[in-house]
Design a protein. Structure first.
Length: 321
């Protein structure tokens, strides 16, 4: 028990320090490369913090277990938006740029709706023979991923980043890259230590396997995003945090599920409409947050609403285990 507690603490420490290094390194790279912190958050940070989801989903697809691949991404995206973005906005209201409003947030909603439409194609549109994402649809998702990443670097400008970002100390590019890589490694390994230890401790004190799966394991792959966004908020880098969340969500659907579907078609047989509805609602809440009263801000009240929706969803899942 003592060893597991020490591993739990060590994992948490790695997560905290890894997130700190990652945010500072990513901000420095953005300044050196002449792109916005949002784009760095969307690409380097977003894809890096989604590494756990990538590993879990690809392994699930290789094993022919589509429930793991689809459920992991669906649950992770819900946590990313409702819990992590919500908590980030409570810590630091997030300013929204014109680029975010007219492109990034609508694309996130479109991709979420496309994912659900593909998955429930037979039920909703009588397309195909069953509710699944086929290999052809997986290729479509991968092509969309490449086009989206290209468009981000092609059209997003550094001056598009607004808000309360503070100046970053100049660092040499190799140092910044090492900070990002080291931070990502610390986040992944720290998250693994934390989840494994927390699961072991929870099982020893009599917590049910289902409860562990719904809480610790479901949230475990999102620990990198959580730590990164909280640290980014504390450093007043709201655009990097927003880019991390949107980037992770888009990466999860287009690249992870696209690649997984190419390996093995992904069945939606065990995905219900409540889970799908909460996922779609989470992406729509980001949009309603910024258009309500014509604001370009996800403020603390918006963040609180997101967290409350997530708590209500979790309560429902736990009560219906």
């Amino acid at each position: 028990m003592i060893l597991q507690i020490l591993l739990l603490i060590a994992g948490l420490a790695l997560i905290i320090f890894g997130a700190d290094f990652l945010v500072d390194g990513a901000s420095a790279i953005a300044r050196k490369a002449g792109v916005s912190e949002f784009v760095i958050g969307l690409t380097i940070v977003g894809m890096g913090t989604s590494a756990p989801e990538f590993v879990v989903s690809i392994i699930g697809a290789l094993a022919g277990n589509s429930d793991v691949a689809v459920g992991n991404v669906l649950g992770s995206n819900i946590i990313n938006t409702l819990l992590i973005l919500g908590l980030t906005a409570i810590i630091l209201p997030i300013g929204i740029t014109r680029e975010n409003r007219i492109k990034d947030i609508p694309i996130n909603i479109f991709i979420t709706a496309l994912f659900l439409g593909m998955g429930f194609g037979y039920t909703l549109f009588k397309l195909g023979n069953s509710d699944e994402i086929s290999r052809v649809e997986g290729i479509v998702l991968l092509v969309l991923f490449i086009l989206y990443i290209w468009s981000c670097f092609k059209f997003n400008k550094p001056e598009g980043s607004t808000g309360k970002d503070t100046a970053v100390k100049e660092k040499k590019l190799p140092v910044s890259i090492l900070m990002v890589l080291g931070g990502l490694a610390a986040l992944v390994f720290g998250g693994r230590f934390f989840v494994d230890s927390a699961t072991w401790i929870a099982s020893r004190i009599g917590v049910s396997d289902k409860f562990i799966a719904v809480t610790i394991l479901a949230g475990g792959t999102s620990l990198p995003e959580l730590a990164t966004c909280v640290v980014a908020a504390a450093k007043k880098k709201g655009q990097l945090a927003l880019g991390n969340i949107l980037g992770s969500n888009i990466f999860n659907i287009l690249l992870i599920l696209g690649a997984s579907a190419v390996i093995s078609p992904l069945s939606f047989a065990d995905i219900n409409f409540l889970d799908a509805g909460v996922l779609l609602l989470s992406s729509l809440l980001v949009l309603t947050s910024i258009v309500t009263f014509r604001r370009n801000l996800i403020d603390r009240a918006d963040g609180a609403i997101m967290v409350l929706v997530w708590l209500a969803y979790m309560a429902y899942l736990i009560l219906n285990l």
